[in-house]
Ligand binder design. Sequence first.
Ligand SMILES: [Zn+2]
Length: 410
Amino acid sequence: MLDKRKELVTRFLRYVAIPSQSDEKNSAVPSTPGQRTLAQLLARELKELGLSDVSVDEHSVVYGTLKANAKGPAIGFVSHLDTVDVALSPEIHPQILRYAGGDVCLNREKDLWIRVKEHPELERYKGEEIIFTDGTSVLGADNKSAMANIMTMFAVLHDDPSIKHSELHVAFVPDEEKGLCGSKIMDLGKFKVDFAYTIDSCELGEVVWETFNAGSGKLCVQGVSAHPMSAKGVMVNPLLVVHDFVAMFDRKQTPECTDGKDGYWWFQSVTSDPLNAVLGINIRDHDKQRYEWRKQVLRDNARKLQEQYPTAKIALELSDTYENIANNVTRDDPPVALLYKALEELGIKAKTYAMRGGTDGSALSARGIVTPNYFTGAHNFHSSAEFLPLSSFEKSLSVTLKLIELALES
Ligand SMILES: [Zn+2]
């Protein structure tokens, strides 16, 4: 029988050895060649594990299908190919240590540590094997632990054909970290599922089926330039117009002043010269109506600004980025209910939370495929303190296998 822990770890180490950090500055999808390399490797492995219709499209989205040997809904599993770019090394050098308690030295040469004072959650795993970084990069458990999880699930089914399962689909998508680019351009004709899951959350037990509704905006101001000698009553400084616009909003409704289910406007960037200024805005709210209200406030304030500066040209562009999964689903709907049942049967306490962000599931749910999200088992995504306890990693795989079992029609 397949040694699941060994299979998980071997696959994880193989996938993180291929650097696939996405590049914010490159608008192509995929934004980096490493994601292409990883996509090709995964496609080869899917074929070896007996999947059919395995393909990699021009954007490096990998698709594959495992035909059913029993009746039940078609289930999809999705993970993303890229690791986040947070100005750390794109190369990942993981290390597996048995955690003895206390602070852990990740890198003697550079004197890099993970301290219990900053990360008290470490102490929960005393005596256990944990995969750490070398302090110079993220670990890439976001999202390569999901990749290893999904591939190991297929390896388990390949190893033991007597295990019953419905039709299973997989998609590995690029550039999630740049705004869910891959899941937005996925060809759903190659991913014909009743519902899907991402495995893209942190610690043991986490369940996410509520995310933000998200959008972005751009306020473009064309002012009036004039020489200072004759500027009085004529010049309209676009930078000050933008300043007045920002001042119209509640200073407390910003990312740094909100948490839980409070939404916000995030004025993110300004570029300006004497004639033109452009303000970049992010809009976030879990509540769909409040999200729409936030967009309306932006429009109303842009109109007021135009009235205040009649000789300027002011234009506001708004677009939706992704949707709250919960706009399309409740706790009792099959994909969510099944997830809770899987955790319950495995004796894992569910930690449900409304994510202050999005996942590929937010994009897919907006496109009609309800896609909740569950834990990888890792801690501290997007930081060099990211670590993955093997016991939680294995439990994340157990959830995947349990979902497949529970989905079968009895
Ligand atoms: Zn992720």
